[in-house]
Design a protein around this ligand. Sequence first.
Ligand SMILES: *Cc1c(COP(=O)(O)O)cnc(C)c1O
Length: 391
Amino acid sequence: MTDYKRRTKAVHGGIRRSQYGEVSEAMFLTQGFVYETAESAEARFIECGEDEFIYARYGNPTVRMFEERVAALEGAEDAFATASGMAAVNAALTAMLKAGDHVVSAKALFGSCLYILETVLTRYGVEVTFVDGTDLDAWKAAIRPDTKAVFFESVSNPTLEVIDIEAVSRLGHEVGATVIVDNVFATPTFSRSIELGADVVVYSATKHIDGQGRVLGGVILGTREFIRKVAEPYLKHTGGSMSPFSAWLLLKSLETMDLRVRAQAETALALAKGLEGNPKLDRVIYPGLPAHPNHALAMEQTGSGGTVLSVDCGSKEAAFKVLNALEIWTISNNLGDAKSIVTHPATTTHQRLTEEQRADLGITPGLIRLSAGLEDAGDLLSDLETAIAQA
Ligand SMILES: *Cc1c(COP(=O)(O)O)cnc(C)c1O
């Protein structure tokens, strides 16, 4: 598969046909596997071959197809699928860290990622330094000779700061640190993270990969060494593995992801352009707009502004009025879905943060996050314009 383009890999990557020659990938909804003899069971526990399985927590043919397909898309050597995006973030960090280790992380993070870095890892004696992810001098100052890992969201949620993967990876590699990127907002369609130097890439498959709001899922991508020697032992013994049913849905979702994500990004750009300059809005944040402070970097890194934009309505009251007046847009907290979704981060996804933390991250009371779906872009824009005019 290595020589083909992403659209081809998204349809054919990782296929394992059974003896029946099915066209659509089979769902192996089985927890265990049968051994012909006691000797073959013993042999498989000594060394499990590429196409052999022991127990679904360790691996399953449908899950393996999903892992190989995403790895092919991302250009990673290997992958391990997890029960959710957070299981992937948690395992990628916890599997490689121990008490006394030092981590440098961007401070603009998804709430649950912040919880893992700020609360879980530090409870086990890992030291974490938070930096402004867009400030390369801050990374340089925080990364020490004993830094073991560097963590950031390549595009942050919900303020859409774009982090320079190549430059931060270079700084991390100077001290031998593992560079871990939570790449949800870039999506596997636009990602060039491995090529740019990231060692480990993590996705919440719940977002664009499923893209239809059905299942939770996650995946860790990296070198065969990291996946098989670091991530797999941790995950197979701690229970964060993906269900074969979810893997089957996500495998089929990958076939259409490229079409969906490109259409959604096109709509997000049209919405950002349509709302830019709206007198009722304080700010329109979208990396695809030339006015965005990291526009050039976003274009160089992924060639797209992505599928999400944020706008500031000025106050919580105005933001709530906009949310409540929308007809097509759904109030929810997922993103990357076929249905356009609007979120008020300050009172939902980022409610747990202190007011100072929110202010520091630019999560103002009037900020709303808009995840562009697959509806008609004109309908979505006029729905927004009407709601904003009423607020
Ligand atoms: C949603 C999200 C996660 C968590 O994914 P789940 O599948 O909900 O567990 C992690 N990181 C980012 C950036 C996300 O948007």
